[in-house]
Ligand binder design. Structure first.
Ligand SMILES: NC(=O)C1=CN([C@@H]2O[C@H](COP(=O)(O)OP(=O)(O)OC[C@H]3O[C@@H](n4cnc5c(N)ncnc54)[C@H](OP(=O)(O)O)[C@@H]3O)[C@@H](O)[C@H]2O)C=CC1
Ligand SMILES: O=CCCC(=O)O
Length: 289
């Protein structure tokens, strides 16, 4: 199977390398073209625009930072829309809001193409290991044709129905994750300020009902104030913002998520946006100083 891949950030690079490793022919494009070099070393071809990738490949996957990037890659000059046509499939796996996905779907299908949104749960390591959870929606036939690629990228693919449902499900999952990360950060800081060992707190949490891979994976480095970016904090804040907008739309009161969003915004204002989202603990420390 030959696939195009647009966007070689933390996730896109890991995902496209994984596809190459499993024998897919992959043609890549990234806004900063030099980031394609490493993929070429692993056998990928490169194009100079999204339009060229679409022209070359029957199926193209995108993994871009946010709604603005996802729209720009489709609608701008030399973008996806220039070459999308009957017989082509576009699969956007970026985390965006439903409105963005619907706009992209309308434009793609208006030109005869087919569209699936497929945001993912799971971070850099699951992307490297092909252990993502894929939350797909849109064109069912394209989803089914994409399963060989999804099976390489992920451990489970859900088909959630109409376009927008994948985006909404992903935002809800990440809203819960962002709220949990804030509660966790407050607990670690409170333990420390109360004269307790935050490493012992991790051991206690791990033995009880609240044990989970996120606390287990991030806790030890948070206790060392180390935040190598797996999931950049600026993207987590984007997801909180978009989830809160979904809450507005549906009149769901979400005070916990709103407070968590404030902490992520504070962390961004402290210049921590490019670090891992666990760096939100620094905003908690800051507010207690
Ligand atoms: N990291 C993670 O753990 C996870 C991330 N996600 C989601 O996946 C998506 C990608 O995340 P991640 O790889 O971490 O992000 P990165 O910030 O590492 O990469 C972002 C990518 O988007 C590209 N981009 C940004 N703006 C534009 C633009 N205007 N036009 C074209 N390309 C653009 C960047 O290009 P350039 O290199 O030129 O800057 C880069 O390829 C996001 O939506 C994120 O929320 C989902 C699950 C997990
Ligand atoms: O969107 C990012 C999700 C990160 C994760 O699921 O660990």
């Amino acid at each position: 199977m030959e696939v195009g891949f647009l966007g070689l950030g933390i996730m896109g690079k890991a995902m496209s390398l994984n596809l190459l490793k499993h024998g897919f022919k992959v043609t890549v494009w990234n806004r900063t073209l030099s980031k394609c070099d490493e993929l070429v070393e692993h056998g990928a071809s490169v194009c100079e625009s999204p339009a060229q990738v679409i022209k070359k490949c029957k199926y193209t996957i995108a993994m871009l930072s946010d709604p603005c990037a996802a729209l720009s890659v489709v609608f701008d000059k030399d973008g996806v829309l220039d070459q999308i046509c009957d017989g082509k499939g576009y699969i956007d796996m970026s985390t965006v809001d439903a409105e963005t996905s619907l706009k992209i779907n309308e434009a793609i299908t208006g030109k005869g193409g087919r569209f699936v949104e497929g945001p993912v749960s799971g971070s850099k390591k699951p992307a490297e290991d092909g252990q993502l959870i894929i939350l797909a929606a849109g064109d069912k036939a394209l989803f089914e044709e994409s399963i060989p690629a999804f099976d390489v990228l992920g451990k489970k693919s859900f088909f959630l129905g109409q376009v927008g449902n994948g985006a909404k499900m992903k935002l809800i999952v990440n809203m819960i994750m962002g709220s949990m990360m804030n509660a966790f950060s407050e607990g670690l800081v409170l333990a420390d300020k109360s004269g307790l060992s935050s490493d012992t707190l991790l051991d206690i949490l791990d033995l009880g009902a609240m044990t989970n891979p996120m606390f287990k994976g991030k806790g030890p480095s948070m206790n060392k104030s180390s935040y190598p970016p797996a999931f950049p904090l600026k993207h987590q804040q984007k997801d909180m913002r978009l989830a809160l907008a979904l809450g507005d739309e549906n009149a769901v009161s979400m005070p916990v998520a709103a407070a968590a969003n404030e902490a992520f915004k504070k962390a961004r204002s402290l210049g921590l946006g490019d670090l891992d989202f666990s760096a939100v603990i620094e905003a908690v420390k800051f507010s207690r100083e």
